[in-house]
Design a binder for this molecule. Structure first.
Ligand code: NAI
Ligand code: MG
Length: 354
């Protein structure tokens, strides 16, 4: 089996960390005669914008359509406004390819990484499934009477039947498949249209999954439990805005941006899915070999899982877990002195020596 991957390394540390993820995939290819990867690189991002006036080729989406997956580094760089770099590349891909599921693991790989006292790997290990296509980020709203005393600004959350049901159904399927509990995070007491609806759909779809144990929390309470009692979560499903905020909280609990990963998934595989670290282009450390590639390498593990190569996905994660135990193996953000390429090299060679 060959997985065709479009590489969009992007800006800043993006290309540095993507190179390490590719190193890991190539190591796997050497070990597994039934699995191979083809890589096609696209030079899109802010440099492209400064030269050509656009973030990607006009037919960029058409070009990407042919691939199984997109592996993205990061986009955005000083000199190009962030709303352009974000909307014209990253968000465009998420939208055009209907990547309506955002999978963000909140998994503590080593107890030394969490700021929470006396919490271990057993206590913090869950998956947040974030709605990735509509909700509070639908872009619907208005600005009325601009500049006048009666000025009013509206930002509307959009929760369609299709959009709400499919993310909740995806979460139930995942809970059923893995035998885990499912927690819905919403805010039905205050958001009396959108979140009341969310809660209704959560219950309704749940009728079809009587064997899945469910919980439902308000988002404020859930934030408190993330910190006070993270062990109560196994799979969490939530809206776009709540998921955005909660997963950054989750990242803070598990080692920060150098380790946080997120998959933007089109589960039907009708279009390519996109795998990327959560962090940005980190202009402050770009080009110095200081970037931690482990988040990008964890994305590779998510990609392997997505293509039913769970054995390799788990192996990659195990190796990351092992690497983290030894400070000497790590980049400065995690207290080590290793370079970006050293870390990628250790992951690849540890994989091959297992
Ligand atoms: P950032 O994530 O690039 O950096 C925040 C801080 O974390 C910096 O101090 C950086 O050095 C550090 N950091 C980030 N990733 C790291 C890694 N792998 N290893 C070690 N340290 C790391 O966020 P910032 O500075 O707000 O944004 C920089 C640019 O990136 C902006 O143009 C922004 O729009 C863009 N951005 C792009 C994203 C994407 O492509 N998905 C996500 C977030 C920001
Ligand atoms: Mg975010």
């Amino acid at each position: 089996k060959t997985i065709n991957i479009a590489l969009v390394p992007g800006d800043g540390i993006g290309p540095e960390v993507v190179a390490e993820g590719v190193k890991v995939l190539k190591a796997i290819e050497r070990m597994d005669e039934h699995l191979s990867f083809s890589f096609t690189e696209f030079p899109w991002g802010c440099e492209h914008y400064l030269q050509e006036g656009k973030m990607m080729a006009d037919d960029g989406i058409e070009q990407l359509k042919a691939f199984d997956a997109i592996y993205l580094g990061a986009v955005g760089y000083p000199g190009v406004p962030d709303h352009i770099s974000l909307w014209d590349l990253l968000l465009k891909i998420r939208k055009e390819f209907d990547q309506y599921v955002n999978l963000r693991p909140v998994t503590l790989l080593d107890e030394s990484l969490t700021p929470l006292k006396s919490r271990t790997e057993k206590d913090i290990d869950f998956l947040v499934i974030r709605e990735n296509s509509e909700g509070e980020y639908a872009g619907a709203g208005d600005r009325l009477f601009a500049g006048k005393p009666e000025e009013v600004v509206l930002q509307t959350g959009v929760f369609s039947r299709k959009g709400t049901e499919r993310i909740i159904r995806y979460a139930y399927e995942e809970a059923q498949r893995t035998g885990k509990t499912l927690t819905s995070v919403s805010k039905g007491n205050a958001l009396n249209y959108s979140m009341v609806y969310w809660d209704e759909v959560f219950e309704e779809v749940g009728m079809e999954y009587p064997d899945v144990e469910t919980y439902s929390y308000l988002v404020d309470a859930a934030s408190l439990y993330f910190v006070n009692d993270p062990g109560r979560f196994e799979i969490v499903v939530t809206s776009n805005l709540f998921g955005d905020i909660l997963t950054d909280l989750g990242a803070a609990l598990t080692g920060g941006l150098g380790l946080a990963t997120g998959a933007n998934v089109n589960p039907e595989k009708e279009f390519p899915s996109m795998f990327e670290p959560v962090h940005g282009s980190a202009p402050d450390i770009a080009g110095k070999g200081l970037a931690n590639p482990l988040a990008a390498i964890w994305s590779v593990s998510q990609m392997l899982d997505f293509f039913n190569e769970e054995r390799w996905g788990a192996e990659v994660l195990e190796v990351i877990r092992e690497i983290i135990k030894e400070k000497d193996n790590l980049t400065p953000d995690l207290g080590g002195k290793a370079s970006t390429a050293d870390v990628g090299g250790s992951v690849a060679s540890m994989l091959e020596s297992r």
